[in-house]
Ligand binder design. Structure first.
Ligand code: FAD
Length: 476
């Protein structure tokens, strides 16, 4: 049995960020990861491979639309093996980079599946040497085991034609038709990829709108564009069952209330109905850690669990399940251990849906303001009035600000349009810095850029946006 002052369990964006920072601060760090490669869900089967494929999807789409400018390309020839290999190269480059960074920092990596035997002891089942089991005691452990796709027993029919996000990203082939079950961001992103590669894609969503939880104003332009890319979008519709016919999947649809049963067949079905924290199978019952009803490990604002030896970060520690939240919590956990001061208290955690158009938001949403009975003023700027958006022929977007009418402080930002994911960072900074609408309106933004719409939206709050006509309200 060996002892480590600090063990990080899980080498995703939460775990490796925590391990690397801890090493930089002079701590002796051991990182335990079950996978042969570092990077976690995000790098190996999530953010990065999906964005690599979305990059290709975007170019295919843009090439198609150049016809409107008098430029016609012939239909693309897609070599799926080469595409898959290119995506794998992106992953292996980044994963190899992480291994190198760990080595330079003297972070000890153990390839093993870890589970708790006690509050300060792990059982390590080596994944690089099958059959070898070791024990490791520690002073502190940062739990960063992430999450996995949620499953519904009725869809577990053991068919290779039923995919989850991981197998969809494997890109084995381009099916003739694909049904995406679940209109959340992962389903819409993967649906976009397959649709642009040539599949006939349909989406089914149980609730009455795509991207449940996102601002309806932002979703509207996306929905409209997806209607042009996807074959069908079924809302308020339930998938009651799946059957492998031997050559396709027969899907049994029902209305959300169980009425109007009907059947349709698809070459493949992608089940994308959310994610579950990896908190089971970890021996947490041998510790003082507590789980909430959804299986997330409960922590305080310093990422401390109820067990004084164990901290938890990232997807396993609660919503939102996003990579940048995981890394930030990793930083908080380590800084807290180092000098006891750091807290996780963001005013804005940005969320980005990398569809086309992209949707991004940060801080307070209109829906949350309503729920909290909080009075906010909303200022929007339509991209149809932006020279940059016109030059890109993408005028469906807009920029929306939620502003405190008493103080003029920026409380929330929402953007829909190409590049929204890049633009949202200004909103995050504005919220975190306590900027007022005047601060953003008076900051000179470069022309012609989509970032100008942020300044113009704030100008419109004062009624002084010159590129649209919106009379002055009573604001100085
Ligand atoms: P993970 O990345 O899940 O890493 C956990 C690690 O722990 C894994 O490597 C796992 O092998 C390891 N592990 C688990 N159990 C054990 C054990 N017992 N012993 C040892 N090791 C263990 N987020 C974004 O912010 N932006 C995006 O664009 C985005 N796109 C996504 C697209 C897809 C298709 C998916 C599936 C997810 C996407 N996400 C995105 C979410 C993002 O991947 C996660 O929020 C993020 O990876 C969470 O980081 P983490 O460190 O908490 O956990």
């Amino acid at each position: 049995m060996t002892h480590a002052p600090l063990v990080v369990l899980g080498g995703g964006p939460g775990g490796y960020a925590a391990a690397f920072l801890a090493a930089d601060l002079g701590l002796q760090v051991t990182l335990v990861e079950a996978d042969a490669r570092l990077g976690g869900t995000c790098l190996l089967r999530g953010c990065i491979p999906s964005k690599a494929l979305l990059h290709v999807a975007k170019i295919l789409n843009e090439a198609k639309h150049l016809g409107e400018w008098g430029i016609d390309f012939t239909a693309p020839r897609i070599n799926v093996d080469a595409l898959r290999a290119r995506k794998e190269k992106v992953i292996s480059t980044l994963s190899g980079g992480l291994a190198g960074l760990a080595k330079r920092r003297n972070v000890r990596i153990i390839s093993a599946k870890g589970s708790f035997l006690a509050s300060n002891k792990l059982r390590l089942e080596r994944t690089d040497t099958p059959g070898v089991v070791e024990e490791l005691t520690f002073d502190h452990c940062i739990l960063a085991t992430g999450s996995r796709p949620a499953k519904i027993p009725a869809f577990e029919i053991g068919s290779p034609r039923v995919l989850d996000s991981t197998t969809a990203l494997d890109l084995v082939d381009i099916p003739e038709s694909l049904l995406v079950v679940g209109g959340g961001y992962i389903g819409l992103e993967m649906g976009t990829v397959y649709a642009e590669l040539g599949s006939r894609v349909s989406v089914v969503e149980l609730t009455t709108g795509l991207l449940p939880g996102a601002d309806r104003d932002l979703v509207r332009p996306l929905h409209k564009r997806l209607e042009g890319i996807f074959s069908k979008i079924y809302l308020g519709t339930k998938v009651a069952g799946l059957r492998d016919t031997g050559s396709a999947i027969e899907v049994n649809f029902q209305d959300a209330d169980g009425a109007n049963e009907r059947k349709e067949t698809f070459s493949r079905v992608l089940v994308s109905i959310g994610r579950k924290p990896n908190s089971n199978d970890l021996g947490l019952e041998n510790t003082k850690c507590r789980l909430d009803q959804r299986g997330f490990v409960v922590t305080n604002d310093r990422q401390r669990t109820d067990d004084p030896h164990i901290l938890a970060i990232g997807d396993v520690a609660g919503e939102p399940m996003l990579a940048h939240k995981a890394s930030h919590q990793g930083r908080v956990a380590v800084e807290g251990l180092h000098d006891g001061t750091a807290k996780f208290e963001p005013l804005a955690i940005p969320a980005v849906v990398f569809t086309d158009p992209e949707i991004a938001w940060a801080g307070l949403t209109e829906e949350q303001a309503k729920q909290q009975g909080r009075s906010v003023e909303i200022a929007t700027y339509p991209w149809a009035a932006s020279g940059r958006a016109q030059s890109l022929a993408r005028t469906e977007g807009f920029t929306k600000m939620l502003i405190d009418p008493e103080t003029d402080r920026i409380l929330g930002v929402g953007i829909v349009g190409p590049g929204a994911g890049e633009l949202i960072s200004e909103g995050v900074l504005a919220i975190e810095m306590g900027c007022t609408a005047r601060d953003i309106a008076d900051s000179i933004h470069p022309h012609p850029t989509l970032s100008e719409t942020m300044a113009f939206a704030n100008e419109s709050y004062f009624g002084t946006a010159t590129e649209i006509y919106k009379p002055r309200v009573n604001k100085s």
